[in-house]
Design a protein around this ligand. Structure first.
Ligand SMILES: [Zn+2]
Length: 441
């Protein structure tokens, strides 16, 4: 233990090779977040809504106590900066503070609180890092609210479209995105003009710590994962197959316009394509997560005239996504002709796959090894703000924290000890970042 001037929560520097972190701060803030954004089941932090604002207010208050520079941008993203010794591009540590409805306390918030734990560790240990460290609390990452991916981080780079600002509406109350941003204190006019707040050249690297959303770390018994790449996606959230309702006994096969058989044929066509691409070595996952006839219209003795479904296709490789999009279009046309139905796929949303920076992956890996922290390299299956930074040419890395029961549900279970291990890895990275002309600390 180091001695702390104020004698308050100890800074977790137990051995000479342990980077400083303030885990007490994170524990306290996780508790406060749970208390103040909790609902009868799980927590809800609505994008540009009340819960997200409470979370932003909490971390702003803590940043003030730590003496950090505090600023926001037109998209209401929050930047909390500790000054470094040297001039030069800052190291960003960030994630989002919104959540899905009735979600868990750790998805997103863990990344922001980890950044604050690292900074508070330096402040308490009296260390000034080589470069400015900016903790970024990103707005509106969860696409469940606006049906759009990475709203906050795209806003920061001036990438939101006028169409999105005007026409994309929040699922809970139908408020258009631009108005929700203005109501939260942002400036949709500036976003409309596409003026970027962030310049990739001023960001040395973006590190996003996040709980793992799959089962790998729990299954392998490892506390931390170091991400090598993020899968991108294309999705149709509200697709429909439109045929014609008809009597099941009285309608011969050639006169049927059966939405169930047609949509099922589409599923099997994409299943075959998935098998073929996977055999060729492609990274790919295909999901029809929603697939239902309308219970108010469909019946046991009726041919289904309509079926609603969703399609979610993900890959680490841009060329695989492109191929699957073309395959989907072909399959749709083929099935329409064969079954005499019509597909309305609805709005397409997509995101670009992102490769993590090799130097960062290597530096995180050795930061773990030097502190005797077990960590494995792994791919990331879900979308994250880190993908936006990587697409802007920012050197990007992600650190996964072991978490049971997946995410986007109240049962997320991250252990604070695993969080501490991840924080120590990031803390060590920031003290000796893989940059030309820095890292002498
Ligand atoms: Zn998240």
């Amino acid at each position: 233990m180091t001695s702390t001037r104020e004698g308050a929560t100890a800074v977790a520097v137990e051995g000479s090779n342990q980077a400083p972190v303030d885990i007490g701060l994170a524990e306290r803030l996780f508790d406060e977040l749970r208390r103040r954004t909790g609902t009868n089941r799980g927590i809800t932090r609505t994008s540009y809504g009340l819960g997200e604002q409470i979370a932003h207010d909490i971390v702003t208050r803590e940043a003030r106590k730590l003496g950090l520079d505090i600023s926001t941008d037109a998209g209401c993203n929050l930047y909390l900066t500790m000054k470094g010794r040297d001039e030069g591009p800052a190291i960003f540590i960030g994630s989002h503070l919104d959540s899905v409805p009735m979600g868990g306390n750790f998805d997103g918030a863990a990344g922001v609180l980890l950044g604050l734990s690292v900074i508070s560790g330096y402040v308490r240990a009296g260390i000034r890092p080589p470069r400015d460290i900016t903790v970024m609390a990103v707005r509106a990452e969860e696409s469940t609210w606006f049906g759009a991916s990475y709203v906050g981080s795209r806003a920061a780079f001036g990438l939101l479209t006028e169409k999105e600002l005007d026409h994309v509406k929040r699922s809970s109350d139908q408020v258009p995105l631009g108005r929700a941003i203005d109501a939260a204190g942002g400036n949709s006019e500036m976003l409309r003009a596409g003026t970027p707040h962030l310049n990739p050249e001023n960001i040395a690297m973006f590190i996003e710590p996040h709980i793992e959303q799959g089962p790998l770390l729990v299954e392998r018994g490892i506390p931390v994962g170091i991400v090598t790449g993020i899968r991108g996606s294309f999705r149709f959230r509200e697709a429909r197959c439109i045929g014609a309702y008809a009597h099941s006994g009285a309608t011969p096969r050639e006169f049927r316009q059966d939405a169930v058989r047609a949509a099922s044929a589409l599923v099997m066509d994409l299943e075959d394509a998935w098998t073929t691409l996977q055999q060729e070595g492609a990274d790919l996952v295909v999901t029809f997560g929603q697939f239902s006839t309308d219970p108010t219209e469909a019946a046991f003795s009726k041919i289904a005239g309509r079926l609603n479904f969703s399609l979610d296709v993900r890959s680490q490789e841009p060329e695989t996504l492109k191929r699957m999009q073309a395959i989907t279009a072909d399959a749709v046309a083929r099935v329409e002709a064969r079954y005499n139905i019509r597909f309305e796929l609805g709005r397409l949303t997509d995101s670009t796959p992102a490769k993590m920076d090799e130097a960062i992956v290597a530096a995180l890996t050795s930061a773990a090894a030097e502190q005797n922290i077990e960590a494995i390299a792994m791919a990331c299956g879900a979308g994250h703000d880190a993908a936006v930074f990587a697409a802007q040419g920012v050197a990007t890395g992600m650190v996964f924290i072991r978490n049971e029961h997946g995410s986007h549900n109240p049962d997320e279970a991250m252990e604070i000890d695993d969080f501490a291990e991840a924080a120590r890895i990031v803390s060590a990275l920031c003290l000796d970042p893989p940059l030309a002309g820095a890292g002498a600390g």
